[in-house]
Design a protein around this ligand. Structure first.
Ligand SMILES: Cc1cc2nc3c(=O)[nH]c(=O)nc-3n(C[C@H](O)[C@H](O)[C@H](O)COP(=O)(O)OP(=O)(O)OC[C@H]3O[C@@H](n4cnc5c(N)ncnc54)[C@H](O)[C@@H]3O)c2cc1C
Length: 285
């Protein structure tokens, strides 16, 4: 076997090739042909705030001329909370996607590359104090909220957490639904935050294609008042005095929600300028 054959083989199987910033996969779970989650080891030195993202990836294919391989990296929200010993990621499978066409074949024991420089705006520091926190997500945009829902500060800082998750099909809601259900019996969180903390969560899943108990885009359900009626929010709108929000979806959803929230008088914040809501893209495209 030539050196080049060896490199190609390593790239496909993602077997150890002395990767820079290598972490080892410890668990893989597939939900649909488009979605999976995996866990991996966490570098001891990695500190991050729940809700942030990092660059992860695999070695790219060898350059046909030089045979050299470069890391193929993409932004990924860390789906596990800041206190977790391991890292969790919730991923799309894009069949012709440069990274996820291969990442979806990860197995326990494989290695991924993780650049330990966490950043992001979906963090508690970027919001002013409030009473009710909204997490608006579509698809894999749930990932940063999977982190924040397991972060004690979320329950210490707010009386109520409304999590909306919109997907095309019911099966695409499974990761979020199971995670929220699991909070009820999570011994560590119950110990850290106090039993019953999960009662603060109002989970509002909706589908846009497959029949489910609640159908429709969250933007429509907010605008026509349905979401507020369903959640028992009498004012029928969000209030800048009490409501805070984090948004993570497609570019289109983010822009539409931003406009709706600004219509309620909420202002967009950032790490350097905490306000009423923050936004991050779930993907580019
Ligand atoms: C800040 C940030 C955080 C991100 N966090 C996550 C995450 O936690 N989980 C995750 O799966 N992806 C996340 N992404 C998207 C991720 O960076 C990659 O785009 C994705 O992994 C696909 O990589 P790829 O190389 O296979 O295809 P790419 O060439 O990156 O994408 C190909 C096309 O697939 C579509 N696409 C890409 N990602 C998604 C997605 N997540 N959902 C629906 N359609 C998509 C887009 O139309 C895109 O043009 C994030 C992106 C950003 C900017």
């Amino acid at each position: 076997m030539t050196i080049q054959d060896n490199m190609t083989d390593s790239a496909i199987t993602s077997k150890p090739v002395a990767l820079p910033d290598a972490q080892t996969v410890t668990e893989v779970q597939h939900y649909t042909d488009r979605l999976f989650r995996f866990r991996c080891t966490r570098p001891q030195s990695l500190r991050f705030r729940s809700g942030e993202f990092v660059m992860i990836g695999l070695m790219g294919d060898p350059d046909p001329r030089t045979g050299k391989q470069k890391p193929l990296l993409r932004a990924y929200s860390i789906a596990s909370p800041s206190w977790d010993e391991e890292l969790e990621f919730y991923s799309i499978k894009v069949q012709d996607g440069p990274l996820t066409s291969r990442l979806q074949h990860l197995k326990v024991g494989d290695q991924i590359i993780l650049r330990p420089k966490p950043v992001g705006t979906l963090v508690h520091d970027a919001l002013l104090p409030g009473k009710r926190l909204w997490f608006f997500s579509t698809g894999t945009g749930f990932a940063p909220f999977a982190s924040l829902l397991r972060e004690p500060q979320t329950y210490e800082d707010y009386d109520e957490i409304v999590i909306t998750h919109t997907c095309r099909d019911v099966a695409e809601l499974t990761y979020g639904a199971e995670l929220i259900e699991g909070l009820k019996t999570d011994e560590l969180l119950n110990e850290l935050i106090g039993e019953g903390f999960w009662k603060k969560i109002r989970y509002y899943p909706t589908t846009t294609r497959e029949e489910s108990p609640k159908m429709g885009r969250i933007t429509t359900l907010l605008k026509d008042g349905t979401a507020f009626r369903d959640l028992g929010i009498e004012a029928g709108r969000m209030d800048p005095a009490t409501d805070r929000a984090m948004i993570c979806g497609s570019m289109g959803l983010n822009l539409d929600l931003k406009e709706i929230l600004e219509g309620y008088g909420l202002e967009e914040g950032a790490n350097s300028d905490p306000q009423h809501f923050v936004v991050e893209k779930a993907f580019v495209g």
